[in-house]
Each structure stands twice: as C-alpha cells, then as structure tokens.
Design a protein around this ligand. Structure first.
Ligand code: AMP
Length: 439
C-alpha cells in the first residue's frame, strides 16, 4: 500500500495532508495523480466518498506555480452552490502552508461583490457554470490564463441542463490546457463531451458505476400509504441510534410538509433544504445539520450528490427517487470514509418498477423488513392519494371543429346568413310602422 510520501508531493501539501490525518491515498487519488503529473487529460469515473475532490486538487496544487499577480491558473466547475463552498473549504485545508487564494463564485449571490473579490486576486476559482460564464464574458475571470480545468459531477451538470454553458466555457478556454472531469456515471451525453473537448484522456475508475458502497446496510419497508409512512418515520426517529439522519423526499412541497410534521413531533430537531429556499437558508440548514444542531435534515435530490457531511448515520428515503441512479447517490451520503451507514427506503406498491431497476443497477436486492409492531398501519388516505373520481361523461357529442373550407355544399337551412336586427326593426316588422300619438 503506498502512502502520500510515495507521491511526488511537496512539503506544504504533505504537511497539510498530515494535519488532516490522511496518510494513504485512495485508489483514485493515486491514479489521477500520476496521470495528471504526466500531463494527460483525465476522465474519472467516481462517486462521492471515493476521495475524488482531493484526487483532482492534489495534482492541480502540485502543478500550480506561484505568481504575485494571483491570476487564476486553476478553474473548478461544480453543479451546486453548496459544492462550491465545500470544495473551497477542502482547498483551504490543503493550502494551509501555501500562499494561495481560493475564491468561490455561484449564482443567487451578488455578482458585484464576487467581481470585487476576484479583482483582489485568486489562484483558483471554484464556480457554478452559469455564474462562471457571466464572469468570464465580462472578462473578470481571464479564461486564457487557465492552465487546468476541472469539471466535477459532469453527469449531474448535464442533467441540470448546463450543457450550453459548458460548451461556451470550453470555447473560451485556451486550447493548450489540461482538462479533468469526474462523473459518477458515463452516459452518451457525457461521452459526447469527452469526445469533443478532451485530448486522449486517461480513464481512472474508482468504483464500478452503480455499485453501492459495501459499508451501507440497505433496508426496505413496504408501506401502503403516506400516513403509514409518517407513522413509520415517527417510530424510526424515536430510536436512539438515529443520530444524524438525512431524509429524502420526492418534491420540495413534500419536504416542506414533512418539516411541518416533524416540527410538531420533534420540535427543533429538524431542518429543511431544497432549491426553492434562499441561499442563506440553504447554507444555514446545512451548517446546523453538519454541526449537530439539527439531528435531521429533510431534503430533495439537491443533496443526493456530492455533499460530504460526515457522520450521517442514516439515510431515509421517504419517497423512492424517480431516477435510478439517484438512489445510489442518496444512500452514498451515509457509510462514508469507512464508517458504517444504514439506508432505509419506504416502498409503495407503485414503486415496484423503480425498485426493480435500482436492484438491477446494483446487482443486489434491497432486503425487506417487516413493519415494526408498534407502527400503526393507517387506512386514511391523503387527498393526493384518493382515487381519481371520474365524473359521468356527457352524452352530447361535441363536433370536432373543422377548419378550412367545407368539403360539401351547405344545406339550404345553413345558407341563411344571420343579420343582426335592432329591437325597433323587429317591432316594426311584427306590428308595422308605429302610429304617432296624437295630442
Ligand atoms: P470525496 O469523495 O471527495 O467527497 O471525499 C470523501 C471524504 O473522504 C471526504 O471527507 C474527504 O476528506 C475524505 N478523504 C479524502 N481522501 C482521503 C484519504 N486519502 N484518506 C482519508 N480520507 C480521505
């Protein structure tokens, strides 16, 4: 087993790694490092939890050259604002012993302040695609000075619709550059990006796509309806081992409703985060959860990717995700860095197909547990679950509107042209000319 000492690292980086308590590179860190040091483009197939952030940061930082002007040489693009902050923090830890400035920029925050910060100098910029493009087009970020471009979570970025922004960014980049990308899955879309913008990249793979981390215990509960889900959730959350729970729901509206529910059941123990919340609220919810102020964090698939919160003891899928691979991303939030984790999924009858496709992707089945005895099986359906009542359909046939000229002569009756007549005309036709009243 090699150690970080075996890699061609410098003292400042080795010291920072040692402060972090990291001694051995993870497989993807080792492989990405040698590929990048040899000057190659790199395509990394890796999920979060494999150490991929440090895998791209270490060689980028090792290859960085000091400049007094602090013009960015490294650009990291990530899909969410939370990831910008997380990557920035990781950079700050790794560069404790370097004179190095990292700046994070993302949408939804004041662009003027970000411009001013960037003007003050940055050695690396971490950005979301839209905001990056704005700052590149107004030349605040000098794209031609970038030597290394990292795109993290490419598959997620494409599914969020960022392809046009990515293509514009690539167009603004100098042709002589080193490009790295990381993706949890390889789709045709991702392949197209690689074919167009990468030069004979070296492929490094951390874990076979779709294989859930071994240290996650998966459990499924078959539930008949939402109210039973709520009863089961109350029961599970009352267990002392539920120390830090990430609770995934299918929609932002449901996340808010669950929050109200838990505020009643367990006041002050839960926070909620989703894309409709203001950025400050999002950061605060994440912070409260990471720091242990809140035991439970309710979220949508916004947090199923990338975010590294240590010590998540349980992931609960209140709803089955609507994309197969999101199941794997969600459960990957627990069982991180060699810790054991438990992922619990509430399964409705209608979820059978999705569960089958998740199991096929994982090549593993989700063991089903019997409903705990003290959980009440509710028969009360919420309005959304009530069967759709079909109103009796009208027997009157509505003729399809025909446009364009008629294909047949109008019948005599239909040839009558409607002429609007005033009431006075109608009265005259019926009763003749009115007689004048004589005095
Ligand atoms: P990532 O896949 O980049 O989200 O990293 C997952 C977690 O593993 C993060 O908390 C990292 O700080 C941690 N980590 C990264 N590299 C190592 C390493 N070589 N040894 C131990 N932990 C690591």
């Amino acid at each position: 087993m090699s150690t970080f000492q075996d890699l061609n690292l410098n003292k400042p980086l080795l010291n920072a790694l040692s402060d972090l308590g990291f001694t051995q590179p993870t497989p993807i860190q080792e492989r990405a490092f040698s590929a990048m040091m040899a000057g190659n483009d790199v395509v990394g197939i890796a999920q979060t939890g494999t150490g991929k952030t440090i895998a791209y940061l270490l060689p980028c930082l090792r290859l960085w050259t000091f400049s007094k002007e602090k013009i960015p040489q490294i650009l990291v693009i990530v899909p969410t604002r939370e990831l910008v902050v997380q990557v920035e923090e990781e950079i700050n830890k790794l560069t404790t012993y370097m004179s190095f400035t990292a700046v994070g920029v993302y949408g939804g925050a004041n662009i003027r302040t970000q411009r001013e910060t960037l003007m003050g100098g940055a050695d690396i910029v971490v950005a979301t695609p839209g905001r990056l493009l704005d700052l590149a087009l107004d030349t605040t970020i000098k794209m031609k000075s970038i030597k290394r471009l990292v795109i993290d979570e490419v598959d997620e970025m494409l599914s969020l619709g960022f392809r046009p922004q990515l293509e514009r960014i690539f167009d603004l980049m100098p042709p002589k550059r080193q490009t790295l990308m990381f993706s949890a899955t390889l789709s045709d879309d991702v392949d197209a990006i690689i074919d167009t913008f990468f030069r004979a990249p070296i492929r490094v793979e951390a874990a076979p796509v779709g294989s859930p981390l071994e240290n996650i215990q998966q459990i499924g509960y078959q539930v008949p309806n939402i109210n039973t889900k709520l009863n089961l959730l109350n029961h599970l959350l009352s267990q002392p081992e539920m120390e830090r729970v990430l609770l995934f729901t299918g929609s932002r509206a449901l996340a808010d409703r669950l929050y109200t529910h838990l505020e009643n059941e367990l006041p002050g123990e839960a926070g909620v985060i989703h894309s409709n919340k203001a950025q400050n609220t999002r950061f605060r919810a994440l912070e409260n959860f990471s720091e242990g102020k809140h035991r439970i964090l309710i979220t949508t698939d916004l947090l199923s990717r990338g975010i590294d919160i240590s010590g998540v003891s349980h992931v609960i899928n209140f709803d089955v995700p609507d994309k197969t691979e999101n199941y794997i991303h969600r459960i990957g939030r627990t069982g991180r860095a060699d810790a054991k984790g438990i992922a619990i999924t509430f399964i409705l009858e209608k979820d059978a197909n999705m569960i089958a496709s998740v199991e096929e992707l994982m090549q593993k089945s989700i063991p089903i547990e019997a409903m705990p005895e003290d959980v009440e099986i509710s028969t009360v359906l919420t309005p959304a679950e009530l069967p759709h009542i079909n109103m009796p359909t009208s027997k009157v046939k509505i003729k399809k509107h025909e446009s364009g000229p008629a294909f047949h002569e109008k019948s005599e009756k239909n040839q009558k042209v409607n002429v609007r007549k005033t009431r006075g005309q109608q009265m005259r036709e019926k009763y003749g000319k009115p007689r004048r009243k004589s005095n």
